[in-house]
Design a protein around this ligand. Structure first.
Ligand code: HAM
Length: 419
């Protein structure tokens, strides 16, 4: 039997309702904050990601699904959405009318990581990005919106982790100090960090290996090297968050896994997920638009790990299977033909209904209606058709009442929408 590819998954009916609820919550909340949906392709030129995420990051070095297409062009299944959104902003000159643009997008991403609980090779993200705004107030607003989103979904046990990564003006001095420090502790670092130490020293601070964590416990932190501009920015973000009553923790080790970040970075972490504790992450990328040959416009955004969030939301819900309004149980061919017409008629009016297309007996059909969570069952045999009267059973009260077959679709609509 052909099975799923490792690290990929199906989202089955029963789970999908949770996903739909999350999607609706995101769309309605983000739109209230002035965001508009954008949809970008799943496949892009590899260069887009290597230039934005950074060629020395884990994602670009070893996790991308990259291949040559039939013409020999190097293409990649997107590992994230920010780079594509920036590309679209530049390519379609979306900045020309107004440089300030707020976008959100929901969809699958691909990273060939080692699969484990909460970590997949095809996973989904909900992204929100604000392009063209420099003010630290937007950083606070974005974090506020993110926290509100988790509140609306009743996600317990979340905390906001906040850091700053400075800018090209102040980061080099910090990197120099960090490099010096790492040279001193190099014998204690894992093989990956030994390599990162030279190519991407910031990432050593984020290594999950215990020995590395211990080795960098006293490493210099960016927050102590900020230039006046970055310092002022970070202070205003913190002040604004306090004004909005958003609690947060400063996390000096929060460096994130992508190279484009500047200034504010943040993660929402939860104790509910075990090792994969980040349920959302983001930050500023003030240089990225310009680096991808667009106008010099700042930007900030975040991505929520949809799969991880869905696991939490599903665990908090006893049942996510919504019932249907009506099941039509039929006995005999004539009844089945009539039922088909009625079923289609009420479905197009937005009333959820189903019927049986096999030749199950009445008992079997009633069982199926129960399983589907039907509020009502319409019982119809050839005898009822002849007499012109069907029977409607309320599955909660178990009461049964006759419904004339003549004009039944309109009557059912009335009964089912009123109750
Ligand atoms: P990221 O931290 O790589 O950031 O991913 C954001 C979130 O996606 C993570 O916190 C996690 O919840 C989820 N995630 C990442 N990898 C996986 C995986 N393999 N399986 C399941 N969930 C995963 C970004 O992608 C940035 N583009 C975020 C951003 C937007 N920054 C600015 N704008």
């Amino acid at each position: 039997m052909i099975q799923l590819i490792r690290g990929f998954k199906d989202i089955l009916p029963g789970e999908v309702e949770v996903w739909q609820r999350i999607e609706k919550t995101a769309a309605s909340l983000f739109e209230d904050f002035g965001f508009r949906e954008i949809r970008v392709p799943i496949l892009e030129h590899t260069e887009l990601f290597s230039r934005s995420i950074g060629k020395d990051t884990d994602i670009v070095e070893k996790e991308m699904y990259t291949f040559e297409d039939r013409k020999g062009d190097l293409v990649t299944l997107r590992p994230e959405a920010t780079a594509s959104i920036v590309r679209a902003y530049i390519q379609h000159r979306l900045y020309a009318v107004d440089p300030v643009q707020k976008f959100y997008t929901i969809g699958p991403m691909f990273r060939r990581e080692r699969p484990q609980k909460g970590r997949y090779r095809q996973f989904y993200q909900i992204n929100a990005e604000v392009l063209g705004v420099d003010s630290p107030l937007i950083d606070a607003e974005l974090i506020f919106m993110l926290v509100e989103f988790f509140k609306r979904l009743s996600v317990p046990d979340t905390s906001v982790h906040l850091n700053t990564l400075g800018c090209p003006k102040c980061r080099p001095a910090f990197q120099k100090e960090l490099h010096k420090f790492l040279s001193k502790v190099k014998t204690q670092l894992c093989a990956d960090c030994e390599r990162r130490k030279v190519k991407n020293p910031l990432r050593v601070l984020d290594c999950k290996v215990l020995a590395c964590r211990e080795a960098v416990a006293d490493a210099p932190a960016m927050i102590d090297y900020l230039c006046d501009g970055c310092k002022g920015h970070f202070e205003t973000v913190q002040k604004s968050l306090k004004k909005l009553y958003i609690p947060f923790e400063i996390d000096k080790r929060l460096v994130r896994g992508l190279d484009y970040y500047t200034r504010t970075t943040f993660e929402i972490q939860t104790g509910l997920l075990g090792a994969q504790s980040a349920v959302a992450g983001g930050g500023r990328y003030d240089r990225l638009i310009e680096e991808l040959e667009g106008p010099a416009q700042p930007a900030i955004g975040f991505a929520i790990g949809f799969d991880r969030l869905a696991e939490i939301v599903a665990a908090n819900n006893v049942s996510s299977t919504p019932g249907i309004d009506l099941f039509i149980a039929t006995i005999g061919e004539q009844a089945k033909t009539a039922a088909l017409e009625w079923s289609c008629g009420i479905a197009v009016s937005g009333i959820k209904n189903d019927m049986d297309f096999s030749d199950k007996g009445l008992k079997g059909q009633m069982k199926k209606a129960d399983r589907l969570g039907a509020r009502y069952v319409l019982i119809l045999g050839d005898k009822e058709i002849e007499e012109g009267i069907a029977v409607l059973r309320n599955m909660t009260t178990k009461e049964q009442s006759p419904v004339p077959v003549d004009g039944i679709v309109e009557k059912l609509k009335l009964i089912l929408t009123a109750s």
